[in-house]
Design a protein around this ligand. Sequence first.
Ligand SMILES: [Zn+2]
Length: 135
Amino acid sequence: MPIYEYLCKQCNTVFQFLVRHPSKDTLPVCPRCDNKNMERVMSSFSFGSSHSSTGDGLEDDPSLAGLDEEDPKAMAKAIRRMADELGEDLGSEVSEALSRLEAGEDPEKIERDLEESGFGMDDSAPSHDGGLYEA
Ligand SMILES: [Zn+2]
């Protein structure tokens, strides 16, 4: 049975729904605020193989398996590749940060700069609800 993720923009939370009969008309209702306008989201870092309820851990992604996190250049490359495969626009801040990573700059400094520019775990990043609901 497929599990889809839907974003409720009202509470800025992503919920996982078990969809018994997937169709375009299947639209779940937010378990938290009864919002009926939830948005289907593509699970960025999981491709259906192992659906854990514990967030969107990068470690679970098979394409990142064996990746050396101590190697910023490899990380930058992997992030670009993933964004590419997902057809996602990284945005100018992230693109610039990746370029700096690839140029060998200190990852911690880059991260600080990113946070200062307002990027990161701010209000635009939805949280993930750990539960599983039925659509
Ligand atoms: Zn909601």
